[in-house]
Design a protein around this ligand. Sequence first.
Ligand code: DGP
Length: 112
Amino acid sequence: MDNCIFCKIIKGELPSEKVYQDEEIIAFVDIKPQAPVHILVIPKKHIDGADTLPAEDAGLTGRLVIAAARIAEQFHLSGGYRIVTNIGKDGGQTVRHLHFHLLGGEKLKDSY
Ligand code: DGP
């Protein structure tokens, strides 16, 4: 997707602090961290969000969550952490490229 910030990060056209990469997933530090550890875990394939996830990519979603859990181990988040995906304007999604936020490193505030 030409105008997608995350596609540009994937292509190396924009810099990022990568913490994980495989053939279909990359993860990098969020530019506006909301917690001591705030990583974005995203598919290399452009998908707008969980609302438009094609049925054939159901397995990819699971692999994104598994990658997030492995990164949580890498960052020693043994006390727990949060994995969140925002959808659409009302859901707080500002970048229309599917991503999971991995948040941790402290007792996280309650939110809904
Ligand atoms: P959301 O609001 O759920 O769509 O989350 C988008 C996140 O992406 C937000 O926490 C800030 C982050 N972000 C936006 N642009 C960039 C960027 O260029 N680099 C990095 N590392 N993060 C970005």
